[in-house]
Write a protein that binds this ligand. Sequence first.
Ligand code: GTP
Length: 598
Amino acid sequence: IDQSLIRNFSIIAHIDHGKSTLADRILQLTHTVSDREMKDQLLDSMELERERGITIKLNAVQLHYTAKDGKTYLFHLIDTPGHVDFSYEVSRSLAACEGAVLVVDASQGVEAQTLANVYLALDNDLEILPVINKVDLPSADVDRTIHEIEDEIGLPADDAPRISAKTGLNVQDVLEDIVKNVPAPQGSVNNPTQALIFDSYYDSYRGVIIIVCVKEGSIKVGDHIHFMATDSVYEVTELGVRTPHEVKQDELVTGEVGWIAASIKTIKDVHVGDTVTTIENPASAPLPGYKKMNPMVYCGLYPVDNARYSDLREALEKVELSDSSLVFEPETSQALGFGFRCGFLGLLHMDVIEERLEREFNLDLIATAPSVVYHAYLTDGTMVEVANPAEMPDPTTLSRIEEPYVKASIMTPEEYIGPIMELCQNKRGEYQDIEYLDDNRRNVIYSIPLSEIVFDFFDKLKSCTKGYASFDYELEGYRPSKLQKMDIMLNGEVVDALSTIVHKDFAYDRGRIICNKLKELIPRQQFEIPVQAAFNGKIIARTNIKAVRKNVLAKCYGGDISRKKKLLEKQKEGKKRMKAVGSVEIPQEAFMAILSVD
Ligand code: GTP
């Protein structure tokens, strides 16, 4: 392989601007995938990705492109997700590349995550190639988009390819741009081996498969690879590239992106971001890794069937392999038994992980309401981090509680500034600034408590701006707030998994709403169940779930046996996601009642 002919690049964009569609066209144009095999969003291989139409995981493919200069280049294309919750995947992909194709939808222009992704690419010293997409749409405004790329990002965009990833128009220009402007990988095959692990997953036959970008030296079948962070050694049994089918090779050399299998059964030995070297050609120091991402939200995950606790642990370990932004540790709840407190980058991330655990590992889970991490300062001056509201220290020992705030930037056409400000105020936001981007577009900046953002801010923003505003946020720091724990009691007993931290000014309202919601969600049982909310030691709301009437029960007994069986089965089905807490059966939705604040 002639290293000067290798080009490693990612495609980055705001969500839905057409990354995956462009990747499809590139695969087709380079005959990497035959027309017969072609399907939309080919690289979104996970079932969940295809159903939701979003990219969740990065994906790396090797392809060959014969350019107009007559030479055949070796490309490694890394497709990345667009949603904020998965920006960790983006930064990992970028570390394996020299260039980034920045896709901007000509009907939308530059949006919040366009900028956020550009910053990530700049952090990694990448060559950024802007591409204007969706020019086939009647609403496309190419000139305005060029203008925005130049003004808001500061990249020259006059010569940017104007493409339709959908029809394939001018997509070849993008490939020529990559050949001309993305530098070839720098390292040398003769140097000590260093390869960056940027992804991994578990294969039940071959153990952990790692995806690497070889930065220096080479790795051959039979070599002994050494994971520098965990100091473990394995013999390479197979390696190769993806096209996107797995293709075996004898070695991976500097500049190549590929997979390695080495019968790795100990999941803990593998860390994404770690450097692999070889015993045969050892490097003395690892490559700079990745910035560790801190989870933004936590929730408890519990198996419905307590006997499956260790299955859940194993499943979490396997998912963590391919998603190192997931964190978890064991936790016990009086109500739910043994489970794990898990940390996520956002609600979508949480949703996706929970669904992957249930589908890929066939688990039934109960998830508790998400919570941010609070800082609780005790009267003796010490601070404890509280990710589980049930563990908030007793109010008498507390001097104050601080909560995380984010700096939210909302890019919007001018006419929506009013509704946006109203939404931010309702979410306890503090106005910071309005930046003028151009004649019509503004960047509205607010400080808002993270706990208000993670729940339904995104949806609310979308609906109050008809989808025209885009949004990004970064953690700003901790600030004191008038917060306290609210407990929920069922049948007179506190259910720890239902506790939340609420702001004093909202306590009464939320208590009432949650009690009513629980009344709706918890099925009637044989006795009356009082539902109460307690804040600061006082009952602030209460309602009753009435008992089932006797004659309803009577129907279940006696009579036709098959009918009885059917009823029992139906009951069992319904019980799947129920958890008995004391004498009360609680369905999964009840644990999320806290989210339905209005
Ligand atoms: P995520 O992976 O979820 O971040 O989105 P993405 O950026 O990969 O976008 P994707 O490729 O899934 O495209 C989003 C939508 O835009 C799809 O419905 C595409 O069919 C459509 N689309 C993409 N490119 C074009 C284009 O050039 N013209 C038109 N009209 N539609 C396009």
